[in-house]
Design a binder for this molecule. Structure first.
Ligand code: BG6
Length: 506
């Protein structure tokens, strides 16, 4: 794009501008495309990070012309983009917007897609470089990948690239994840496959590595000598909304533990990579995921629940069973908690507790490192009665930052020590606003930068960890109910209580 006031020359986080290219989105009528993908494309254009001739092709089963699709993109951008709407940016982007109507198994439609891409290469100078974003239910992956191959769309001519972007779920267990990978790898080489885990696109998640490996004071404590346990929480206050079709039968563990939470665990527990290139990161993440084990007694090391009617933000909300399109006998869990261990020297004996749920008390995602207590307290017992354990909490969202909790003397003539918090908040320390995760990830796809995309081997490890839990739950009837607006089922609290610990109440 031409001169752009939003392109801050000091912004070193996203300095690279994508070369000539375009993106095709399959599934443009879906929520993800409307709320995240199209707005992110606009935000990138607005920040001057897309090439001038960037083209955006929508593919869906709709009787639309190019201008109808352009209107859909326009509305999505107006409603959901992060940066302000500027006519000149929009006009330039809109010139490269095309629509191809068709089914995922329709050869003629894929022919039209090839033709459209060819025209864009000629007209807009996209030079044969295109990313195919599969924002569609996984049951269609095979069809679309097969057609891309059949119509020569996956083929890279010398000096050009073709990439495919897929969204989770990457299968529903280890076997199906392998099948999916076979389908993909038959058509695209591993380095052309970009698996989106949008948590890795979040600033605060990337900051876990910055904090650990750019500083001196954390890493010496980051091990079983000093850490008592780790709690990784992803709590949502929303219910499943209109996503019954996707969510029912999948549930909380497959929806977010398999991907987001295990990636958070990997970043928290991994060793220092030799560099920040994709290969070195992958080696370390894979190593730590391979070391993750489940305790033998799954009944004691896991908990699951399903929300019943209750309250959210002062409003009465229905239970999971009353949500539209949810079968009355659904056993899908909307809350899941696990106790994992990382069997290596650094973490031996340190439990990693993971929990996630819908309709919980509050929306919060955090990684909390809970330290051991000081081995000796040279104070009178009353002085430290209310003193807790030290904690370092990476606040992933919504209040992004880091909190350090430690004991401090209460002002006064006597000695009393109480917990205090020292806070770093993004808003207070940086003037730059964080880009949306999808902005960062889409740009990385177009740049061909793989570090923030999990590889198939990591996906396999996540399923290896989760499969026994899913089988265990499948054999055990219904999940325990918890009222909406609370912090999940009692069995989850009991799981930690058995270890003499308690969940944080963020
Ligand atoms: C998605 C899950 O991956 O993450 C959703 O499928 C969940 O169920 C969402 O609501 C949460 O994302 P964020 O970025 O709002 O934490």
């Amino acid at each position: 794009m031409s001169r752009n006031p939003l392109r801050d020359p000091n912004d070193r986080r996203l300095p690279a501008v994508a070369g000539p290219c375009g993106m095709v989105i399959f599934g443009v009528t879906g929520d993800l495309a409307r709320k995240k993908l199209m707005p992110a494309v606009y935000d990138l254009a607005n920040r001057g990070l897309l090439p001038p001739g960037f083209s955006l092709v929508g593919f869906a089963r709709r009787d639309w012309e190019d201008q109808d699709f352009a209107q859909v993109v326009h509305d999505a951008v107006k409603e959901h983009a992060r940066t302000e709407f500027r006519e000149e940016v929009w006009d330039q982007l809109a010139e490269g917007v095309r629509f191809v109507p068709g089914n995922f198994d329709d050869d003629e439609a894929f022919d039209r897609l090839r033709q459209t891409i060819h025209e864009l290469d000629e007209l807009r100078g996209t030079r044969g470089n295109h990313a195919f974003y599969l924002s569609i239910p996984p049951r269609f992956f095979g069809d679309v990948i097969g057609k891309l191959k059949k119509h020569g769309l996956a083929e890279e001519r010398p000096g050009t690239w073709r990439r495919v972007v897929i969204e989770k779920p990457f299968g529903h267990d280890l076997a199906s994840a392998r099948e999916l990978n076979d389908v993909l790898s038959e058509v695209f080489p591993a380095e052309s496959v970009f698996r989106i885990d949008h948590y890795l696109g979040k600033e605060t998640v990337q900051n876990i590595l910055a904090m650990r490996f750019a500083n001196m004071m954390f890493e010496p404590l980051w091990n079983s000598n000093y850490v008592d346990h780790v709690q990784i929480t992803m709590a949502e206050d929303i219910g499943i909304g209109g996503r019954a079709g996707y969510y029912d039968g999948i549930g909380a563990a497959r929806d977010v533990i398999q991907n987001h939470l295990l990636q958070l665990l990997a970043l928290t527990a991994m060793e220092e990579p030799t560099s920040f290139d994709a290969r070195s990161l992958r080696i370390e993440k894979l190593k730590v995921l391979e070391s993750v084990t489940l305790p033998r007694r799954l009944d004691r090391a896991t908990a699951r629940g399903q929300y019943a009617a209750g309250w959210a933000g002062g409003v009465k909300v229905p239970g999971y069973h009353e949500e539209p399109d949810i079968p009355a006998d659904s056993r899908t869990e909307t809350y899941a908690a696990l106790r994992l261990e990382v069997d290596n020297r650094r973490w031996s004996g340190v439990p990693f507790y993971l929990r996630t749920g819908k309709r919980l008390g509050r929306r919060v995602t955090e990684v909390a490192i809970q330290f051991k207590r000081a081995p000796h307290l040279p104070f009178r017992r009353e002085a430290t009665e209310t003193l807790g354990a030290n904690a370092l909490v990476v606040r992933v969202q919504p209040d992004e930052g880091v909190t350090l909790r430690f004991g401090s003397k209460v002002p006064g003539t006597h000695m009393e020590i109480r917990d205090v918090n020292m806070d770093f908040a993004y808003g207070g320390s940086f003037t730059e606003a964080s880009p949306e995760a999808y902005e960062r990830l889409i740009l990385d796809v177009l740049l061909g930068e793989p570090p923030l995309f999990p590889r198939h081997e990591e996906v396999e490890q996540s399923w290896r960890i989760l499969d026994p839990v899913m089988e265990h739950w499948a054999e055990r009837g219904k999940p325990e109910l918890y009222p909406a607006g609370t912090w999940g089922p009692a069995s989850s609290d009991a799981m930690l209580a058995r270890d003499g610990r308690a969940w944080r109440r963020p």
